[in-house]
Design a protein around this ligand. Structure first.
Ligand code: SAH
Length: 357
């Protein structure tokens, strides 16, 4: 196992069989074990070579929980009649950015369900307003599948980054997580369009989603290696009571941090968040992610009422160090483990993907 980790660290590609064996080897292994500690140390060294001890922060604005899609895992799926729906107005979104800027955020992430209200026109106006007022800030979008033309318009309006997890790189597994009309091929096409439009593009998947096999995870990693995204978001699957997956168990925190570390070794310069889902399952999850090689944290900037309604899964964290207003607490927690929150845009280091506008 040590050999395979070294190979990965030395920028050699692993075969599918090697990936499967490596992931299998880590199943059920304690995060305190020598193997796990070795993996984390390698991942930290690689991350520090590129980004030092810096942890970038992104202010997350959850703009709407109205969604036309019906992903079986997600609490804001269209069929969940119990979800109390909301949508922020453009001026509320700007107010979130104002508050965030004052707190020190230099990246705003607008995330939401696939809400038809947010047409290209509406989004272009919001993006332009934020970029005009805060030209030193990056705007990240996480609004699902859109047309190539739409991505281009949003990019030309000034949006810098786009997050769209592939969720699983296996067609068969994808069809078990999504209704018939959602296709992995569409997702992949969107990711290519995003890259072509010049976005710093993010992808990723849930760890321990129902029916996920070791082979599926290996294929996720191979897919990510090929895509070479600027950002990779992974978090444990957490069931939501009012979804078809209510009765499935959550993914493992350990496996999530092993995969964070492996992704760090495979894509040394990637921006990798220590996700809210990780923090939700484990009170030290955020720190564990950072110590496994993650270098981004996305505190919540949404208005309080929205936070309670943007429930992708049970018990989703939105207070304490998770809340943007509690940045001081987050800074202290990150300092305690030897890292440092920094107030900068925190762009991907590979300059050829960054275009100025
Ligand atoms: N509509 C946008 C944003 C989705 S929410 C989009 O399609 O990209 C962001 C991510 O939350 C999703 O990509 C998914 O991987 C994750 N997520 C959704 N439901 C979840 C659950 N039950 N447990 C853990 N993560 C979940």
């Amino acid at each position: 196992m040590y050999n395979t980790i070294d190979k990965l660290r030395d920028a050699q590609e692993l075969t599918r069989e090697e990936w499967i064996e490596l992931i299998e080897n880590f199943r059920g292994v304690s995060a305190d074990s020598a193997q796990a500690q070795y993996l984390f140390a390698q991942a930290r060294a690689v991350r520090e070579a590129h980004y030092g001890k810096k942890v970038f922060i992104r202010g997350l604005i959850e703009i709407s929980n109205i969604c036309k899609n019906d992903c079986y895992y997600c609490g804001i799926r269209a069929s969940n009649a119990k979800a109390s729906r909301y949508r922020l107005t453009p001026s509320e979104i700007l107010q979130c950015a104002d508050a965030g800027y004052k707190l020190g955020f230099r990246t705003f992430v607008m995330q939401g369900g696939e809400d038809p209200f947010f047409t290209d026109e509406v989004l272009v106006d919001i993006i332009k307003a934020i970029k005009t007022k805060y030209p030193d800030c990056a705007v990240t979008l996480s609004l699902g599948e859109r047309s190539k033309e739409s991505y281009l318009l949003l990019r030309n309006a000034g949006a810098d980054r786009y997050l769209l997890r592939h969720e699983t790189a296996s067609d068969n597994h994808y069809s078990k997580l999504h209704p018939e009309k959602m296709k992995l091929s569409t997702r992949k096409k969107c990711l290519l369009h995003l890259k072509e439009a010049g976005f710093q593009t993010g992808s990723g998947f849930m760890v321990g989603s129902p029916f996920q096999t070791t082979e599926n995870i290996a294929d996720d990693l191979i897919f990510l290696k090929e895509l070479e995204p600027a950002m990779v978001g992974i978090g444990p699957f957490i069931p939501h009571n009012d979804t078809p997956f209510a009765k499935y168990s959550a993914g493992s925190v350990e496996m999530t941090i092993y995969l964070v570390a492996l992704i760090r070794l495979m894509l040394p310069k990637a921006l990798i968040p220590s996700t809210t889902a990780l923090g939700t399952l484990d009170k030290n999850g955020r720190e564990k992610g950072i110590l496994a090689g993650a270098n981004v944290i996305m505190p919540n900037l949404s208005p309080e009422s929205a936070r309670q309604k943007y429930t992708l899964y049970n018990n989703k964290l939105h207070s304490g160090a998770e809340a943007a207003e509690q940045l001081k607490m987050l800074k202290e927690r990150i300092n305690k483990i030897g890292y440092e929150i920094t107030v900068e845009r925190g762009d991907y280091l590979c300059t050829n993907t960054i275009q100025n506008h």
